[in-house]
Design a protein around this ligand. Structure first.
Ligand code: GTP
Ligand code: MG
Length: 437
C-alpha cells in the first residue's frame, strides 16, 4: 500500500490525548494530516457548530479521507459530524477495535475482538432513516422492508454475542482451574509483566526467557497473554560458605500481557480480562514503563489505577505507587532513550524502580524478581507425626524439599514454602520460628 489514508484528528473535552490518538492512527497505517481541538465537548456534534465549519474547510484543505475522534461517539453524534465533514468518521473505540482486529493472532483473541466489534455495532444498527435505507432489502409484507432487515440484523448480532460470551466463559473457567492449581503452589512462582502499550513488555519477556515473540514499535502489538519459563539456575554461584538460601535463584514463569491505554473502550474489557487475571494471580507483578515517554507519569498511573480497581485488597498491588511496595516491582525500561537531564526527575519520582534497557540487558530486573520471590517464600524445619503422613505427600506438591529424614516421632523435613501457605504448616514447625508475613 503506497497511498495510506489521510486522517484528520479531532479532540474535544478536558482529557484529550491527541499525541496518543496520532500513534493509534499511525499504528493502523493512516497518515495524520491535521488536528482540530476544542476544550469543551459539544453535546450534539462532539465539537461545536463553529468548529464543525472549521472542520469542513480543514478537510478541503488537507484532502483528508477520514475524520478520527479522540472519544467514542453515539450514532447520532457521529452522524452530525459526518455530515459536517463530508467524510466518514471513525471514533476512538472503532479505531482501537480495528487495531485489535488486525493484530489478533490466536483464536481466543479473535473471538474477543469479534465480540467487542459486535457490542460496538449493536447500538449503532438502530436509529435514523439513513441506517434504514442503507440496510434496505427484506420481503416482509406487514412491515417496511428496512425495518424487517433491521430486526433480523439485531437478532443475528445478539445471538452471536451470546454464543461468543458462552465460548469465552468456558475458556475463563479453564483458566481459573489452572490459576487455582497455581495458587495452591503447584508449579513455579509466577511473574506478570503489565504496563502501558509499547512499554517494552514483550521485549523484556524475550530477553528474560530467550523467547522470540513479536515486538514492534506500534500500539497493541500483543493481544494475548503468553507464559514462558525462566530458569533461575539454582543457588547463586557466588554464595559465600555458610550463606543461607535467601539469595537462591528460583525458576519462575513470566507472563506477557495486553498493554493498557487511557480511555480503554469498555467493549475491549474482555480482551483485557486475561491480563488482569494474570496480574491478580502473580506472585510478583512487574509494572513496565517507557521511561523515555513524555507521558511516563500518566502511563504509570493509568496502569496502577486500572489494576487497583480490579485486584482484591490482599493483592500485591495494594502498596504505594513509587515502586517500593512489596509484591510489585516498577521497571523503567528504555533507559537508553532518556535524556541525561531527566535522570534527576526519575530519581526523585521513582527512586525504588529498577532501570533497564531491555534491548541490551535485563539482568537487573531478573535479580530483582528473584529477590522478590525469595522474600515471598520462607524456609522451615518441620516434624510431621507419622499419623499425619498425608501432609508429607501434600508438601511434595507445594514446597521445595531440601532434605527429609525419619525418626520415631515422625518425618523431619527442611522445606521452602510460599509465605501464603506457611501458616497451614506452622503447627509442625520444629523451632518456634514463626514465619513472618
Ligand atoms: N530504545 C529502546 N527500545 C526498546 C527497548 N525495549 C523495547 N524497545 C522497543 O519498543 C518497541 C515496543 O516494544 P514491545 O516489546 O513490543 O512493547 P510491548 O510493551 O510488548 O507493546 P504492546 O504489546 O504493544 O503492548 C519495540 O520497537 C522495541 O524494540 C529499550 O530498552 N530501548
Ligand atoms: Mg507486547
Amino acid at each position: 500500500m503506497t497511498d495510506s489514508l489521510k486522517a484528520l484528528l479531532v479532540g474535544a473535552g478536558e482529557n484529550r490525548q491527541m499525541a496518543e490518538l496520532g500513534r493509534l492512527v499511525e499504528t493502523l497505517g493512516y497518515k495524520t494530516v491535521g488536528r482540530l481541538e476544542q476544550a469543551r465537548r459539544d453535546g450534539s456534534g462532539y465539537v461545536g457548530k463553529g468548529k464543525r465549519e472549521e472542520l469542513a474547510s480543514l478537510v478541503e484543505e488537507t484532502g483528508a479521507d477520514v475524520v478520527v475522534t479522540d472519544d467514542e461517539l453515539t450514532a447520532s453524534t457521529a452522524r452530525v459530524l459526518e455530515r459536517a465533514a463530508g467524510k466518514p468518521v471513525l471514533d476512538r473505540t472503532a479505531l482501537i477495535i480495528r487495531i485489535f482486529e488486525s493484530h489478533a493472532r490466536d483464536a481466543a483473541s479473535r473471538l474477543e475482538v469479534e465480540l467487542a466489534n459486535l457490542e460496538y455495532r449493536l447500538p449503532r444498527v438502530k436509529g435514523g432513516s439513513e441506517a434504514l435505507s442503507r440496510l434496505g432489502g427484506g420481503g416482509d409484507t406487514t412491515r417496511g422492508p428496512g425495518e424487517q432487515k433491521l430486526e433480523y440484523d439485531r437478532r443475528v448480532i445478539r445471538d452471536r454475542i451470546s454464543a461468543l460470551n458462552h465460548r469465552l466463559q468456558e475458556e475463563k473457567s479453564a483458566r481459573e482451574v489452572r490459576g487455582r492449581r497455581r495458587r495452591e503452589g503447584l508449579g513455579p512462582p509466577s511473574v506478570a509483566l503489565v504496563g502501558y502499550t509499547n512499554a517494552g513488555k514483550t521485549t523484556i519477556l524475550n530477553s528474560l526467557s530467550g523467547a522470540g515473540r513479536s515486538t514492534r514499535d506500534r500500539l497493541f502489538e500483543t493481544l494475548e497473554t503468553t507464559t514462558r519459563l525462566v530458569e533461575g539456575g539454582g543457588a547463586h554461584e557466588n554464595d559465600q560458605d555458610g550463606a543461607d538460601n535467601s539469595e537462591s535463584r528460583p525458576d519462575f514463569v513470566v507472563t506477557d500481557t495486553v498493554g493498557f491505554i487511557q480511555k480503554l473502550p469498555t467493549q475491549l474489557v474482555h480482551s483485557f480480562a486475561s491480563t488482569l487475571e494474570a496480574a491478580a494471580e502473580a506472585d510478583v507483578v512487574v509494572v513496565c514503563a517507557d521511561a523515555s515517554s513524555e507521558e511516563l507519569n500518566i502511563q504509570i498511573s493509568t496502569v496502577l489505577e486500572t489494576l487497583r480497581d480490579i485486584l482484591p485488597d490482599e493483592s500485591p498491588m495494594s502498596g504505594d505507587d513509587r515502586g517500593a511496595a512489596s509484591g510489585y516491582v516498577l521497571c523503567l525500561n528504555k533507559m537508553d532513550l532518556v535524556e541525561p537531564e531527566k535522570l534527576g526527575d526519575l530519581d526523585n519520582s521513582y527512586s525504588k524502580a529498577v532501570r533497564i534497557s531491555a534491548l541490551s540487558d535485563t539482568s537487573a530486573l531478573r535479580d530483582r524478581i528473584q529477590h522478590e520471590i525469595s522474600r515471598s517464600r520462607t524456609r522451615l524445619d518441620l516434624r510431621v507425626p507419622h499419623s499425619d503422613y498425608a501432609v508429607v505427600g501434600k508438601l511434595y506438591g507445594i514446597a521445595e524439599i531440601h532434605s527429609t529424614s525419619n525418626n520415631e516421632d515422625g518425618v523431619i523435613l527442611d522445606v521452602t514454602l510460599p509465605i501464603s501457605l506457611a501458616s497451614r504448616y506452622e503447627k509442625y514447625a520444629i523451632d518456634s520460628t514463626v514465619p513472618k508475613g
